[in-house]
Design a protein around this ligand. Sequence first.
Ligand SMILES: Cc1cc2nc3c(=O)[nH]c(=O)nc-3n(C[C@H](O)[C@H](O)[C@H](O)COP(=O)(O)OP(=O)(O)OC[C@H]3O[C@@H](n4cnc5c(N)ncnc54)[C@H](O)[C@@H]3O)c2cc1C
Ligand code: SF4
Length: 545
Amino acid sequence: MEFDVVIVGAGPAGLSAACRIMQLATEKEQEITVCVVEKGSEVGAHILSGAVLEPRAMDELFPDWKERGAPLSIAVSEDKFFFYTGATSAIKIPNFFIPKPTHNEGNYIVSLGNVCRWLAEQAEGMGVEVYPGFAAAEVLYHEDGCVKGIATGDMGISESGEHKDSYMPGMELHAKYTLFAEGCRGHLGKQLMEKFALDKDSDPQHYGIGIKEIWEIPAEQHQPGLVVHGLGWPLQESGSSGGAFLYHAENQQVYIGFITDLNYSNPHVNPFQEFQRWKHHPETAKYLSGGTRLSYGARALTKGGINSLPRMHFPGGLLIGCDAGTLNSVKIKGNHTAMKSGMLAAETVVEALAAGADAPADLAAFASNMEQSWLHEELYTTRNFSGFMHKFGTLLGAGMVWIDQNIFGGRLPFTLHDRKPDYAVMKPAAECKKIDYPTPDNKLSFDRLSSVFISNTNHEEDQPCHLTLKDDSVPISVNLPQWDEPAQRYCPAGVYEIIEEESGPRFQINGQNCVHCKTCDIKDPSQNIVWVTPEGLGGPNYPNM
Ligand SMILES: Cc1cc2nc3c(=O)[nH]c(=O)nc-3n(C[C@H](O)[C@H](O)[C@H](O)COP(=O)(O)OP(=O)(O)OC[C@H]3O[C@@H](n4cnc5c(N)ncnc54)[C@H](O)[C@@H]3O)c2cc1C
Ligand code: SF4
């Protein structure tokens, strides 16, 4: 199928690009065909975010979003920031000591899944073709190496590679320009980065794994609009970093989540268990006790900022949103920046199509459009966040960030780099302290399998495993003795297990449970695990993450 523009991924970046292209096409009376493919069973099914949304990009894209019924109904009413000093103690940090960009006045607590559903409706209303249930499995190239489009994966292939009765070959979608908006650690984005050496001048990307639950809590404990953030315990016990959030949304729901920075070095760290522990802290438990857990999910996020941002343009396409890494790491907000990158991509593509340039061309104009935008300014002035936190640790690092942001406005005359990829910092297991995680009480804390159950994750069972190993022997022969195979612990869905058998330990992959967070692809210290797209429709089915 031929289109002017094909977009991979119906997240905020991809859908904002689609909407903006159609708006510009109408303004300029240009006819432009746009198609969006999404691997989730519906738009929003694979979307997971906090989320406090900064409405800047939304205001630009749809100044009348309120009248159009955008699901931004809960305005932030209060911000609280804690430093958890231990399992039962915490210090509330006065607002004055919070870095300015993390203040949330004027922002909204949203379900990003629902915002994306709404954006998809707007896009379809303007003529965009949105295809959920189709995973882009392969990048297609012209003979001269320019991107020609994508191929969706075949459906109905058995585990042994044979065609089943349900076999349906994948489709080739050709486009003058293809926008890759797969989100953090995109499977095709990773390949493009390698093919076009997009990251040759940038620092390695840095990541966090975010695990989130939605709870319904008693009315007297619910304060719509309250935003709580925290740092410190329990991660500080293992010398790791990250943070927690608790957002009071609508309908007596709270969105709670926990981000573990993936540059942790102790292989015994289990991000899922750290999150479960944190829920028992009195400052968290006071909101959750008596409540019911409704939903669970996990997703990695990019946090390297502008230092880790690769070149985003290449012949025939662009990498946008968190597929490139546009998240503002001081704010831990990537939705408005992903949207803006999509809008800038749209403006660049429409200009190129109008100029009638021989497509596919390298959309180098994107770089200057980006540089002149508030997106660049925002990412530039927060460029030292990861450097400060990684070099100086949580407390001192946060102090440096405060000085940088509140006194110098992000304009300190130097740039800190962290050139060590997250997978390369793991210490040998024997040198690190084991962590004794408590048994779940099934009231506030739970185990992984019952958690995955409420993520509504499903994969067609008889299909090739989408968690591939470059070398089958590596996890056992290298990872097990060295790092006690950390995949057993960092996977928030319990996909990886070491099974003790008479013949010795065996590495087992329970691929059906995968919630598509991408942590294994990022953190595996031997970089042996490669996440590829499973059949479309597979994966979690999040209601309102
Ligand atoms: C725990 C957590 C909390 C966060 N909190 C906040 C917050 O409070 N505020 C904020 O602004 N930001 C927050 N973020 C960051 C924010 O969610 C991301 O920056 C944002 O979602 C990035 O948007 P995106 O469109 O680039 O990618 P995504 O939102 O990840 O969307 C990508 C879409 O592409 C689809 N896709 C991927 N690969 C393929 C493929 N090959 N074929 C077809 N479809 C594909 C995916 O299924 C998905 O629907 C948070 C992130 C996490 C993980
Ligand atoms: S297998 Fe990998 S991508 Fe899937 S849930 Fe586990 S860590 Fe995440």
